[in-house]
Design a protein around this ligand. Structure first.
Ligand SMILES: Nc1ncnc2c1ncn2[C@@H]1O[C@H](COP(=O)(O)OP(=O)(O)OP(=O)(O)O)[C@@H](O)[C@H]1O
Length: 231
């Protein structure tokens, strides 16, 4: 579904992603793992053309998007849920979700029914200001906003970071459902190895801007985790 070849990415003169190649299979969850500061967020940002500059080849379902801008990549079907969520606090829940719909190719401004199924709290609180929601609810809101773009590939950056355990479970269930029931392809940046193992089919382990190991999740050994993730 997404073919990544020799991807390099820069902030100013700082060369952060160093030649990443990865095949992201359709309908699967691929987890991107590694210590803090190894470039996982930069990797997702680069897929959305959100760093200062990047080189390399990106082909999404046969469409070359290597030089496409962020809005064109969104229209091509990639949605991004950033770390820190970046919802708009003064907008209502509904308005925040509808923000995503502006990235749709068909410009349909609707809240997908799916949002109500995955996150009933959001539809029950459509008119609440986003800023009044808890961290976990804001994370759900950010995922809902991404779903409103009608994506085929969802990029999630540590969706459970700093979130209360009851909502973590709901979000984990939603991610698995999106994939298993709706066939959505997901790239998940994750620190929680147990969830990465449970949810994903494939993994990529990053170290200093490169992928140092990748494969089916069955090949994600304790030794690999120990070598590349413990401090
Ligand atoms: N906007 C930026 N400008 C300059 N350098 C940056 C910028 N954002 C990140 N970096 C640098 O790029 C490197 C990779 O950071 P990145 O946030 O991608 O890592 P990460 O693996 O996602 O870490 P974390 O888990 O802490 O988010 C780090 O050395 C970081 O300091």
């Amino acid at each position: 579904m997404l073919s990544i070849k020799n991807l390099n990415s820069y902030y100013g003169r700082s060369h952060v992603l160093q030649g990443i190649s990865l095949e992201v299979p359709a309908g699967r969850i691929t987890s991107v793992l590694g210590r803090n500061g190894t470039g996982k967020t930069t990797f997702l940002k680069t897929l959305m053309a959100l760093t200062d500059r990047s080189t390399g080849a990106l082909v999404l379902d046969g469409q070359d998007i290597s030089s496409a801008q962020t809005h064109q990549r969104a229209r091509a079907g990639i949605a991004y849920v950033p770390q820190g969520r970046e919802i708009i606090p003064d907008f209502t829940v509904r308005e925040n979700i509808l923000m995503g719909s502006f990235a749709r190719a068909d410009r349909k401004h609707v809240v997908p029914e799916l949002v109500g199924e995955l996150f009933p709290y959001l539809v029950e609180n459509f008119d609440r200001q986003g800023g009044l929601l808890s961290g976990g609810q804001q994370q759900q809101l950010a995922i809902a906003r991404a779903l409103a773009t009608g994506p085929k590939l969802l990029l999630l950056d540590e969706p459970n970071e700093g979130i209360q355990p009851s909502i973590v479970e709901e979000i984990e269930r939603a991610i698995v459902r999106l994939n298993r029931e709706l066939g959505m392809t997901v790239i998940l940046v994750e620190q929680n190895i147990a969830f990465a193992r449970e949810a994903s089919d494939h993994f990529a382990m990053m170290e200093k801007g490169s992928i140092v190991a990748q494969g089916p999740v069955s090949a994600l050994t304790d030794d690999l985790v120990h070598r590349h993730m413990t401090v």
